[in-house]
Design a protein around this ligand. Structure first.
Ligand SMILES: [Zn+2]
Ligand SMILES: [Zn+2]
Ligand SMILES: [Zn+2]
Length: 259
């Protein structure tokens, strides 16, 4: 199995080698950061090391606001947004942290562990982030770049979707206007009389049809793709069409059992 979940390695404290239960990797990072700060004659070295300790104690992706909350709790004397932002910028600049911007949401910071690359699965409903590393995917990406005579320097692979929990809590059926941009749904029912159904059928909106949501805003029309055609639907029409999220896995299982 080449699919390894990095958070599994990151969570355990088994890799600590003595000290106060701090993983050796983090102690090493702390020493290096101290050296870097001293060589640049940075101000407030001790304070910045305390911020690094708190940041490294978080085995997840955190926003600046979340980090401020942790600091307010544990080291209230360091609570100063400008100082914290400057310190986070230093972590990123000197290679102890990296920024992530998933789906244009708030900037997240995560540890940068040397020599270890990972990619992400992101739940668009609850924001859950799962890290993974897959060497076949990594090699395949390099091969693709080579085929295009492209010289890759770095990459970020992000897979958006629903986590298991959100998928199991999804409503069996919801009106089409409640689906979000980027989602793929399937029509489960059409509400309305024969005339409405006839009109919708004429547009390709039939039972079981796959729909991809291009954009949805409360003010404008809902833009969707059905059978390769873009449709702009008003809320009246979008309220008559009931849909469900089509799970890729479920689809695969269905196709396999059909064969
Ligand atoms: Zn990768
Ligand atoms: Zn979720
Ligand atoms: Zn990550």
């Amino acid at each position: 199995m080449n699919f390894s979940l990095l958070s599994f390695f990151r969570k355990g404290k088994n890799n600590s080698s003595g000290g106060e239960g701090i993983p050796a990797e983090h102690r090493h990072d702390r020493e290096q950061f101290q050296e870097v700060l001293q060589s640049f004659q940075a101000t407030r070295v001790e304070d910045r090391l305390q911020v690094l300790d708190l940041f490294l104690s978080q085995e997840r992706h955190v926003t600046l606001a979340e980090l401020m909350k942790i600091i307010a709790d544990r080291r209230p004397e360091l609570l100063d947004q400008a100082f914290l932002q400057e310190t986070m910028n230093m972590f990123c600049q000197f290679g102890f942290a990296q920024r992530r911007n998933f789906d244009n949401k708030d900037t997240l910071y995560e540890h940068l562990h040397l020599g270890r690359h990972h990619d992400h699965l992101i739940c668009t409903k609850c924001g859950m982030i799962q890290e993974f590393h897959d060497h076949i995917l990594e090699e395949r990406q390099l091969t693709i770049a080579e085929e295009f005579n492209f010289h890759p320097l770095q990459h970020k692979t992000e897979i958006y979707g629903l986590c298991d929990k959100c998928l199991s809590h999804r409503q069996p059926s919801l009106p089409l206007y409640m689906a979000a941009a980027g989602e793929r749904v399937q029509i489960t029912n059409i509400i309305g009389g024969r005339e409405a159904k006839r009109r919708l059928t004429g547009m390709g909106l039939t039972m079981g049809a796959d729909i991809e949501i291009i954009s949805s805003s409360p003010s404008g029309p809902l833009v969707v793709v059905v059978n390769g055609t873009r449709l702009a639907l008003g809320i009246g029409v979008a309220g008559k069409v009931m849909v469900t999220h089509a799970s890729k896995h479920e689809k695969h299982e269905k196709q396999n059992s059909d064969n």
